[in-house]
Design a protein around this ligand. Sequence first.
Ligand code: CS2
Length: 482
Amino acid sequence: MPAEHPRLRRSATPRTAAGIVHLGLGAFFRAFGCVYVEDAVRLSGGAWGIIGVSLQNPDTRDRLAPQDWVYTAVSQAADGSETIRRVEILSEVLVAREDPEAVLARMADPAIRIVTLTVTEKGYCHDPATGRLNPDHPDIVHDLTDPLPLSAPGFLVRALARRRDAGLPPFTVLTCDNLPENGRLVRGVVLDLARRIDPALADWIEAEARFPATMVDRITPATKPEDIARLAWKTGVHDQAPVLCEPFRQWVVEDDFVPAYGTDACPDLAAAGVELVPDVTPYEHMKLRMLNGTHSSLAYLGYLAGHETISDTVADPVFVRFVKRLWRTEIMPSFSAPEGVDLGDYADALFGRYANPAIRHRTWQIAMDGSQKLPQRILGTIADNLAAGRESPGLVLAVAAWMRYVGGVDERGQPIEVKDPLASRLRALSDAASTPADKARALLSVREVFSEGLAAQLAGPVAQALATLSRAGARKAVEDLG
Ligand code: CS2
């Protein structure tokens, strides 16, 4: 830490008592949920401080501890201007792997009424193709018998059990991950695990707990060491755990919280700009397909074409045509827009967000965990298009680019650092195949990602796209789509 910069400190404002435990304290939730909840408390009051929990990695806790859990959120506009705010809503940060008992104790505390989650797609220990709990997941196997859990579903189930045993109402489980029907998905995973541990507990959770669906949106790239240094020079204060994000934010939440808490079931999120709606599905389709679907497509193809970030990728005219074509001809026809939303305007705004040069969102970061992301981001759209007799050549090319990517070697023969829970299996399947058709068949056989029906329909088009990719390279393949 440079001696000339004093450490970031908490202001004199009294700390807000905790009402929320958050599992998975990454940059996204600190730039998003924490900021919304802090705004809600500032505007309408309430004991809604947040206890942050990292499931495994102590890094965030270790960085935030000397700052009394306070950090800076910097939103970076396309014109280079920045809005800097200090976020003080965290009251404590714990690391579950180090002290699972402390985490369960907080989750079972009567003051806690909501548990929010951003544990990423793979954190639900589910099968991405079906959305159901994977009972063979090693953490789930552990959590079935050990009352001190490892997994997010394990913490939810064991904490809910403690609350039932103590005669308390359950908490609302508010997932903020980019999963399809995320509320229903986490509910299914929790109920399945609970039923295997104690069927009566599952009945109680089913009757009493609530799992609202959400659509969350704010582009938040990982913070880099140079961001930390630059911010210190700019503000004169050293924050070792700032978060950087775009100005845009949108949170749509199904209005369904645990009824036992009455009007005290959640912060005044509406005051902070959250849209509380009876059905999140149209917003979810719009966001997962329009944003995340093109994000992943640009990530695989852009990475292979040698582009480091999303803004670099959409500065390339070939990719500008590609992404606009994806929105207009393949994605927009696949779902109905939320009431009052013009999808053309939404796509234009998205393009502006991607092009924001201040946001250095690496294609490599978005390419991570593709096996967990592809179904809800890309494959659902392709399947709906197939059912309606429409083709999806751009999205099929993106699937082929994912296959090329998980093969672990880029177009210049350099190794790719593939991060994915299935990485070694995907690599082995890819290595064992000799022709594009073999490779397509091998990877389409991964049932966690592709259903049997979809795999059969995709075999021909994906093989062809893979052949084009290896013959012409990603950039030319994108260009040739027209
Ligand atoms: C991205 C998302 O990393 C990724 O996979 O597509 O994190 C994306 O930035 C957010 O969903 C935006 O809200």
